[in-house]
Write a protein that binds this ligand. Structure first.
Ligand SMILES: [Zn+2]
Length: 168
């Protein structure tokens, strides 16, 4: 049922089971595991642009690790998103990098199936509305693609990955 989008490698049942446990429900429209915690469990999943019933699902990358999500949620309470949004108005290089992140996100999603919209996720490219989106994007694509995802990961480095999510 899941993970069967065009060109997708089927997601292992063991990963689907872990994601279901992480989310507390069956994962929807999962296409691939896009990043893992060092201990091996899925940390970010890639979803198809539409759910099984056809509902648009514009968030291409979705963080599933509870420890990661908890650390990012705590970060969101600090007012960081407002500060990041304000910096977009004064830092041209940052704004350009954030626009590239948006364009990359959209191009990748459109390649899987166009939703007929330029809207991506997390407030891109003009605002910063959800750090989970940016962290998921940064983990899926690696450093240098989503500047705010990279920043957020740096800020939570002492909290994640730790414990069961850490290697070893
Ligand atoms: Zn984890």
């Amino acid at each position: 049922m899941s993970g069967t989008g065009v060109g997708a490698v089927p997601v292992a049942q063991s990963d689907l089971d872990v994601v279901a446990e992480q989310l507390g429900r069956a994962p929807r429209a999962i296409r691939a595991v896009a990043a893992r915690c060092p201990s091996g469990h899925p940390a970010v999943i890639q979803t198809n642009p539409r759910l099984e019933d056809g509902t648009p699902f514009p968030t291409l990358y979705y963080s599933t690790c509870p420890r990661l999500n908890s650390a990012v949620s705590t970060l969101e309470t600090t007012g960081l998103m407002k500060e990041m949004t304000e910096r977009l108005a004064t830092d041209e290089d940052l704004a350009a990098a954030y626009l590239r992140a948006h364009e990359s996100y959209l191009a990748e999603r459109d390649a899987l199936g166009s939703l007929g919209t330029q809207v991506t996720a997390g407030g891109m490219p003009g605002r910063v509305k959800c750090l989970h989106v940016h962290v998921a994007h940064a983990l899926a694509k690696g450093p240098g693609v989503n500047p705010f995802g990279d920043e957020a990961l740096e800020l939570i480095r002492d909290q994640w990955p730790t414990g069961a999510c850490a290697a070893g």
